[in-house]
Each structure stands twice: as C-alpha cells, then as structure tokens.
Design a protein around this ligand. Structure first.
Ligand code: ADP
Ligand code: MG
Length: 468
C-alpha cells in the first residue's frame, strides 16, 4: 500500500521513548487507512452529485461549455494565452493534424501595476509584442487570429467565450472587473491597441491538460493539476448535469467537460483527516475555511503543514535540541520543492537532509536522529498528500465506472506530480486497490506537458477555423 508501510517510519534508532510517542502521534494523525480512502470516495460522490444538481453547493462542478472531443487530426495555427498567478505565457501553437504540434511561446512576468490596475491593456501589449516579434501580425483587414484564453481565476462561465469574474485572488485587485465578462474586457483592450486577435474560448488549466492529452490520446477522460493548487475536470454526460440548461448552445451535445474545482472538497470537514497542524495553516490563511482539500495536498501548502509539525516537535524539545531558527519560524519558509529532495535522500548519513536543515534553515549541528525525524515527518505528511490525491482521482473514475471497460488516458500536470518521489506510482497503486487490476490496467496516466498552451489551441480549434 502506498506509504501504509510508513509504520516503519516511527521507529528511529536512538530516539527517546518520548520522541517515539510523539512520532506515533503524528503517524496516527496523518495515517490514511483503506477505509478512510473509501469514505473519501463516497464523500466525493455525494458532493459531485450535489454540485451537478444545484448551484452554490460545496463542489462547484462548473460546466465548461467544451463539448467536442479532439481526434488528433486537428490542424492550423492558434494563439493561446495562459494567465497564471505569476506569468503570462503567449503561445502560437500549430497543430499538424497527426497528433503532433509545434509551438513558439514567450513568457511575460506580470507587473504589480498590471495586477493592481492595467491588466487587460498590459495583456494586449504583450500579445502585440509577441505577434510583432514573431512576424505573425498582420493588419486590421486580414482575418483575426483565433485565440483561447487559459484564465486561472474563478469565473462564472456562461458560454465557451463568456465568463464573469467571481473574485480576484493570488494578489490581484484590478478594479471594475469583478462581476464582468473577462473575454469582453480583454477583447476591448485588443481593439484599443489594434491587436488583430479574436478570443474564441476561455478555459482553465485542468481543461488545458485534458485537451492537450486528448490531442495525442483521444481516449483522454480526465485532466488533473497537482501544482501550486489542485483541481480536476472530466467528461460528464450532459443528462447528468441537472443544474445546467442547454440554452446557450446551438446544439445539444451528449457530453461536456465539467471543471470540478475539487480543491473545495469537504470544506465542511466531514470526512477529511484534518489535523491540528492543518488547522493552524487554515486559520492563518487568507481563505480560511476554503480550499481545505487543496491545503492538505498541493505544492503551495504541503511544506507549510510539515513546518507546523516540525515546530511542534521542536517546541517539545525532542528535535534540534529544542532550537528553531528565524527562517524556520517564518510561515511558508519550507518550500515543497525541499520536501521532494528530503524524501528522496537515501544516503546513509542523510546528507541532503543535513544540508537543508543546516544551510537552508540555518540550524547547525544536527544529529542523525534529527535528520531521520525530519525525513520521516516529510514522508508521513507527503504520503498522506499522495494518498488523498489518489483517492480523489479514483473517486472520479468510479463515478463513471463504465469508462474503464476500455483503455482511457488521464492527463496530469503540475510540479507535485512531476517531481514528488513516486507520486505517479502511488496514483497507480491506489487505482489497482480501488478498481481492481483488470480495470486499472486500462488506465494510462500521462504527464500533460505544456497542457495550457496546446490544450487551449485544441479548444480554439474545436470552436473556430484557423486564420492560416
Ligand atoms: P503552477 O501551479 O503555478 O502552474 P507548478 O505546477 O510548477 O506551477 O507548481 C508550483 C508549486 O509546486 C509550488 O507550490 C512549489 O512549491 C511546488 N514545487 C516546485 N518544485 C517542486 C518539487 N520538486 N517537488 C514538489 N513540489 C514542488
Ligand atoms: Mg500550471
């Protein structure tokens, strides 16, 4: 079982009985049993059903208006914009019609002024620079380049190219945008700057992952992000989306991608194994009480939960001789990228762990026991993240178990998936336990690299014709 063998992690040589008792307590709090996984899967199904039936419930289950499955034969050049929290990527993707693509892209760091005031004009300016530098631009008289916008802020979507901003987060505060259509605001900025581009679709990064993977693997059923945050989308039968009316579509599709916003799962904390260390993080966070599932597993938060547990041991004087450091005392000073390095350190003296504690955290003179404790706490809490991630994936697979009668693909993106030791393996192990070997063998989990760009281009293609 993934990390259930972690009971071994609490027997550390030379640890005092008191330290062992405290480690056992951490183990008990973070351990996720098979029964717990099954309970979480059931909890997911209850919330998924409620989210598909009604608006304004815990799991948003947002209809994406993406209804066409790609075949890999799509061709043409499309522009894709990917606005994350830190960068804007402008890409020109050329789909070659044989499941391959070429892409040129340019990255622009979002300035504070853009975040506070000028975002849409700034985006138009970046697109203008990109078109000009890559000699793609042409005058107002030629056909505009179709463009899909991957926009990673919450929107209330009312059409494939229409969505009103619900709220800003990640430090953005552009005035007069909340409640308004993001596509109109961006398109108006393009018009003001004579940028000859037409936004034909607005999507999020999970849909980008799904559609990018579907271009090379048309049987792709699901897109998942395990990065700064976590979220997923999948193909749902339209007849199951009871809260949605087909009013805004000119045809009646059988299926549509649903953006789950699964980071919001169990915000009422009825099934998740939430610990006091999670609670400490949650209480101090800007979005207290929200995105609690995300806070237990994603890159932005995992290191912070671990930092809380490490400080809890320091405060009981069983770690680092009871000493902390200014760095370790700072919230979010333990980046999840370090957790991956620590967990992967199999050297006899735990040299990487030593380097991290002594150099990065500035806590000198560690003992082997100190290092073993830090590594094992990382493994226990990281192991929980992997197990909960797998539970969520399995819940979505079991929601439509018939899809596993044939081979299917899941496109996944994000640094946690890419770099955390054995993350991908743990998804597969859990799938075998929950679904059985035969069905799990039909599962092809792939890294959806460049998902936002390629996936957006594929969506743009399915709703328009190329300019050239
Ligand atoms: P984004 O979510 O913005 O698209 P990423 O998928 O790269 O970006 O995720 C960034 C998050 O992943 C950050 O929270 C960072 O702490 C975490 N991260 C970066 N490198 C690693 C790593 N090697 N192992 C685990 N987490 C990582
Ligand atoms: Mg990303």
């Amino acid at each position: 079982m993934p990390d259930n063998s972690s009971i071994n992690l609490i027997n550390i040589p030379d640890a005092s009985p008191y330290l062992n008792t405290l480690l056992k307590q951490i183990y008990d709090e973070f351990y996720v049993s098979d029964e717990k996984v099954d309970e979480i899967i059931k909890g997911f199904h209850d919330e998924m059903r409620a989210g598909l039936d009604e608006h304004n419930v815990l799991l948003p289950m947002i209809p994406s208006y993406v209804t066409g499955r790609p075949t890999g034969k799509e061709s043409g050049s499309y522009l894709a914009l990917d606005l994350g929290g830190t960068n804007l990527r402008v890409c020109l993707v050329t789909l070659n019609g044989d499941s391959t693509f070429d892409m040129i892209q340019q990255k622009f760091t979002i300035s504070q002024e853009a975040k506070d005031f000028t975002l849409f004009d700034w985006i138009a300016q970046c697109v203008d620079i990109f078109l000009e530098e890559n000699k793609i631009s042409y005058d107002d008289f030629t056909k505009p380049t179709p463009c899909a916008f991957t926009f990673s802020f919450p929107i209330d979507q009312t059409g494939i190219a229409r969505g009103n901003l619900i709220m800003w987060n990640k430090g953005f505060s552009v005035p007069n945008a909340v409640g308004r259509d993001i596509v109109t605001l961006t398109q108006n900025a393009f018009t003001r700057k004579h940028v000859n581009v037409k936004i034909v679709a607005i999507i999020n990064d999970t849909i980008g992952s799904l559609m990018a993977s579907a271009y090379t693997n048309p049987n792709c059923y699901m897109g998942i992000i395990f990065g700064t945050g976590t979220n997923a989308c999948y193909w749902e039968k339209v007849s199951n989306i009871k809260k949605w009316s087909t009013g805004n579509l000119d045809r009646n599709p059988d299926e549509m991608i649903v953006n789950m916003e699964w980071g919001a799962f169990d915000n009422k904390l009825q099934v998740l194994p939430f610990t006091p260390h999670d609670n400490k993080l949650n209480r101090k966070s800007q979005n207290h009480g929200l995105q609690v599932f995300e806070k237990m597993i994603s890159g932005m938060y995992l290191g912070e939960v671990i930092r809380n547990a490490i400080l809890w041991l320091v405060d009981r004087r069983v770690l680092f001789g009871g000493r902390s450091s200014e760095i370790l005392n700072n919230a979010y000073s333990l980046d999840t990228a370090y957790v991956s390095v620590i967990v992967a350190d199999d050297s006899p003296n735990l040299d990487e762990v030593r380097m991290f504690i002594e150099s990065t955290l500035s806590i000198p003179g560690t003992t082997f026991t100190d290092r073993a404790v830090v590594k094992n706490v990382c493994k226990l809490i990281g192991g929980r993240a992997k197990r909960l991630s797998a539970a969520a994936m399995c819940a979505v697979l079991l929601w439509r178990p018939e899809v596993l009668d044939n081979p299917i693909t899941i496109g996944v993106d994000g640094s946690m998936y890419q770099f955390y030791p054995k993350f991908a393996e743990s998804l597969k192990v859990e799938a075998i336990r929950v679904l059985g070997k035969e069905k799990a063998d039909n599962l092809n989990i792939i890294l959806s690299k460049d998902g936002s760009g390629v996936g957006a281009a594929v969506v743009a293609m399915t709703v328009s014709k190329p300019a050239h």
